[in-house]
Design a protein. Structure first.
Length: 392
């Protein structure tokens, strides 16, 4: 579909959804973003758009020599990883509970972490140089190094998950969603507060949209910490994917795995769009350059998609990051019960208790409609449906 265009104060807002479907508080956030004097061309809004801190989730913003840390989000580098296996549906046991338990035993969830560091040379060859970079992060996180070491290869909670899925040909996939864990959160919160105190941000419509400007020490410090946290998130997913595939290899010794797919959906990239070098923030959006493989998940009871980007310049070569929430976590907890969750996740081996009711599929938008709204941004490579879902 072609985007719907809503006029903005400095740049316009291009929405890959109907404007009337965007909650008023999120639409106000989009107008706040469109009023930023550093914004370039327009704001690209994905079909999974919903309210977030400062900037909406599902927004892509190109800025000229400026960046807003709230337009990245507090889970720096959050994203997806997936790999197709040689297994087929008939290879899986009738009792999937054992596979779920095995996954939960090797990948800590929620606030749990590894007792000993779980990463090794199978995940990357440059761990020493990566961890040396920790010493150059902002001093406020210096006491977090042990936690960062032990959280490498952990899932977290909220909407993060680890799944065993089947595609429409009954091929088995492993898919997961996670980010930079506590260290990324701490870095993001620190820099958001630094930005709020800078004089050039005093007149912004929303203090949470505060930006750093190119050529300043604050911008240099943020970008240094940001890129390290984005790398942490990518490595975190790689470690978990290896741990999960080892569970399958222990049970199916002859299993083979394709090349993994990995993509950020909360991050900053230096890119060229419309002939200009810009800093692009994707908060709840993936890069969808021509040929780029990406992952757009649904919820814990619905489909997910492996997609290939079409390189649409109007979206800054981007696409949605998932289904997107249609109600807040608090609203979902008030409206739904554990029984509702069990009904909506029928056929999926997963938690069905009140602790994850806020992740019930009904709290999310229709993933098939979200995909249908961006056929000019991506093409579908595979449609997946989970049979096992691990959540914190």
């Amino acid at each position: 579909m072609a985007p719907n265009i809503v006029p903005g104060k400095h740049v316009d807002i291009h929405l890959w959804t109907r404007p009337e479907t965007v909650e008023p508080v999120a639409m106000q956030q989009l107008h706040n973003i469109a009023a930023l004097p550093w914004a370039v061309k327009h704001v690209a809004v994905m079909p999974d758009v919903h309210y977030g801190k400062g900037a909406t989730v599902g927004s892509v913003i190109a800025m000229r020599e400026a960046v807003s840390p709230a337009a990245v989000g507090v889970d720096i580098g959050c994203g997806m990883a997936a790999v197709r296996t040689s297994l087929r549906a008939e290879d899986l046991p009738d009792d999937l509970g054992r596979i779920r338990s095995a996954l939960e035993s090797v990948v800590p969830v929620g606030f749990h972490q590894h007792q000993d560091p779980a990463f090794d040379q199978r995940d990357a060859s440059d761990w020493d140089s990566f961890w040396r970079g920790f010493d150059n992060l902002t001093p406020v996180v210096r006491d977090k190094v042990d936690r960062a070491l032990r959280q490498m290869g952990t899932l977290g909670g909220g909407n993060h998950f680890l799944e065993i899925c089947l595609d429409t040909t009954d091929q088995v996939w492993v898919m997961l969603h996670s980010g930079s864990r506590n260290i990324g959160n701490e870095l993001a919160k620190y820099h958001i507060e630094v930005a709020r105190k800078l004089a050039h941000n005093d007149e912004l419509p929303d203090p949470d949209l505060a930006v750093f400007l190119a050529g300043t020490p604050e911008m240099a410090a943020y970008r240094h910490d940001l890129y390290w946290a984005q790398d942490y998130a990518r490595r975190n997913r790689a470690v978990m994917l290896r741990l999960a595939t080892e569970v399958l290899r222990a049970r199916f010794p002859h299993v083979q795995f394709d090349e993994p797919i990995s993509c950020h959906h909360n991050y900053v990239a230096e890119e060229t769009h419309f002939g200009e070098e810009v800093l692009v923030t994707r908060k709840g959006a993936i890069r969808a350059g021509r040929g780029d493989l990406g992952i757009i998940p649904g919820s814990m009871g619905t489909a997910s998609y492996i997609v290939r980007g079409l390189g649409n310049p109007d979206s800054f070569e981007s696409a949605s990051h998932g289904a997107g929430r249609r109600m807040s976590r608090n609203a979902a907890r008030k409206r739904f019960t554990a029984e509702d969750l069990a009904a909506q996740t029928a056929g999926v081996e997963c938690r069905k208790d009140s602790g994850v009711v806020d992740e019930i599929p009904a709290a999310y938008k229709d993933i098939d409609e979200v995909i249908a709204n961006q056929t000019d941004l991506i093409e579908v490579v595979a449609k997946l449906k989970q049979v096992v879902c691990v959540k914190g």
